[in-house]
Write a protein that binds this ligand. Structure first.
Ligand code: 5GP
Length: 111
């Protein structure tokens, strides 16, 4: 079981900022910007590479939830969304998650 599955089932605590029946968002324990939140599906999908056509509605819902979370957090000057996938993508937790970073001018390209 991943650490995020344990957050979903309440085994370990998290600073949850949004939740609904399909997904939840909580603050990253090691924030890389003044606001750094992770939006995850309740369904235990490992990564983008593990999605199937059955996940179309779920992923559409997740994308529509991003701006809702941003609004809820009072983010007004924009934000960056990142999904790390696999080894070269820098993924460390194998439960799909969308990083939402805000609160500073983020540089490009990423490292
Ligand atoms: P990845 O590197 O897989 O894209 O992102 C995983 C993220 O999960 C990292 O930014 C890391 O700081 C965060 N993280 C890892 N363990 C925990 C935890 O137990 N609680 C919270 N809130 N975030 C975590």
């Amino acid at each position: 079981m991943t650490i995020f599955a344990k957050i979903i089932n309440g085994e370990i605590p998290a600073d949850i900022v949004y939740e609904d029946e399909h997904c939840l968002a909580f603050r990253d324990v090691n924030p890389q910007a003044p606001t750094h939140v992770l939006l995850i599906p309740r369904k235990p999908v490992e990564s983008l590479d593990h999605l199937t056509a059955d996940d179309s509605v779920l992923m559409g819902h997740m994308m529509l939830t991003v701006p809702e979370v941003a609004r809820k957090l009072g983010i007004s000057d924009g934000y960056r969304t990142i999904i790390n996938t696999g080894k070269h993508g820098g993924q460390t937790v194998f439960h799909l998650h969308i990083h939402i970073l805000a609160g500073r001018n983020l540089t490009w390209p990423p490292g």
